[in-house]
Design a protein around this ligand. Structure first.
Ligand SMILES: [Zn+2]
Ligand SMILES: [Zn+2]
Ligand SMILES: [Zn+2]
Ligand SMILES: [Zn+2]
Length: 395
């Protein structure tokens, strides 16, 4: 901020109404020119008050850059909830205190729980109580620092399935609670944190600006994501996709694929891999893959984590710049092909996987593979990544 600590640059506005000085109570004819809400008898009182008043003095009709409310709202107090799309699910449990959902917030770093004492209501209280807000402070009109995500964004939307929603009601909310033409980050989830199959919505919207999509614990009957509908989609995270979901995911700009719990036909996964050229990270947990092929066009692909694809028997790796492959709890690996011969070297971990002699031979002999030959200790190399930690909790 520039020179606003000096009130001399705030010209007082003259008026004929009757007001008393907010400092000394005397009759006053002037008020703060910036916010026009504080009255003073004269310059002295205004000067004395400025040290405090400047914290809540904003131009008339200005908007808070953090919460997007008028700066006059809530007596200047600014409260921002944890952004749903940055909440990492750290598991849930039932106990004598009711239902507990644990989270970690990537915007503020806080770990906290939401506790619901009555199973039949979704009436959550925060623990610890001070963790309710991602940001709690004063409104501001300054631009926020890049990377400060404790803020409300117009182009971020979260749609929760509520108790009692019918499929039709929920379907309608997909277009009334957000604007498909402007949404950039979208979270659609079941409000109580568990999978629910009583609503079966369809996701088939033109969302030209959509970059990140999270579909969590909602029983979609059909999902259409392709270059015509969602040309900018780069990050997708899905949890509990119903087996019979009619799924299309063909987005050339997809970079980050993360899917947990889908046991149906997985041909759409191969279509996804064949369409994108930008994929950097492929992470799955309990995905019903029989075979998977990472083609040579996947020049950006660095990380592959496949955990508990129990029926996965055939893997072809053509990605030329792969750095890390983790096959964990894959119990049926029969065939592994690695090409091209001249690609990058990459680390392989095969935790608790069941591999045929052919797979073992390939891992031992490929010039690209760094593999210590033994099954890695269950917890080796796991601690660092929150994703791995989550995999372990869900396991
Ligand atoms: Zn005064
Ligand atoms: Zn003011
Ligand atoms: Zn937060
Ligand atoms: Zn605010």
């Amino acid at each position: 901020m520039s020179s606003n600590s000096n009130n001399n640059n705030k010209e007082n506005t003259m008026t004929t109404d009757h007001h008393s000085c907010s400092m000394c109570g005397k009759d006053s004819k002037t008020r703060c020119s910036q916010c026009q809400s504080k009255w003073y008898c004269g310059r002295e009182c205004q000067k004395t008050d400025w040290k405090e008043h400047k914290k809540i003095c904003f131009p008339v009709n200005s908007t808070c850059t953090r919460c997007l409310l008028p700066t006059s709202a809530n007596q200047g107090i600014c409260c921002v909830p944890h952004p749903e799309y940055l909440m990492e699910d750290m598991g849930s449990s039932f106990g004598p205190d009711g239902q507990t959902l644990s989270f970690s917030c990537k915007a503020c770093g806080e770990h906290f729980s939401k506790v619901n004492k009555d199973r039949h209501q979704t009436n959550f209280s925060f623990q610890p109580a001070h963790a309710e807000w991602c940001f709690q402070g004063r409104h501001t009109v300054k631009p926020l620092k890049e990377g400060d995500e404790r803020r409300i964004c117009n182009d971020v939307a979260t749609i929760n399935r509520n108790d009692g929603d019918t499929t039709q009601q929920f379907q309608q909310r997909l277009t009334t609670e957000m604007d498909p033409s402007t949404v950039r980050i979208l979270v659609i989830q079941n409000g109580d944190g568990f999978y629910d199959d009583t609503v079966e919505p369809v996701l088939d919207l033109h969302m030209p600006l959509l970059e990140e999509l999270q579909l969590i614990n909602v029983c979609f009957s059909k999902i259409v994501l392709n270059d015509a509908k969602t040309p900018r989609l780069s990050t997708i995270e899905m949890q509990n996709l119903p087996d019979e979901c009619d799924m299309e995911l063909k987005c050339s700009n997809l970079r980050d694929f993360n899917c947990r719990h889908h046991h149906g036909d997985c041909e759409w996964v191969q279509d996804m891999l064949d369409t994108t050229h930008q994929l950097v990270s492929f992470r799955t947990y309990k995905l019903g893959l029989d075979e998977v092929k990472f083609g040579p066009h996947l020049a950006m692909l660095k990380h592959i984590y496949i955990h508990r694809s129990d029926c996965l028997c055939d893997v072809v790796l053509g990605a030329p710049h792969l750095q890390y492959l983790r096959l964990q709890g894959c119990y049926s690996l029969e065939s592994l092909k690695i090409k091209p011969k001249g690609g990058s070297r990459f680390t392989v971990e095969t935790v608790n996987s069941n591999m045929s002699q052919q797979v073992i031979k390939t891992l031992k002999n490929s010039p690209r593979v760094m593999w210590d030959g033994d099954e890695v200790d269950e917890h080796a190399g796991v601690g660092g990544s929150p994703m791995e930690a989550m995999f372990r909790m869900m396991h």
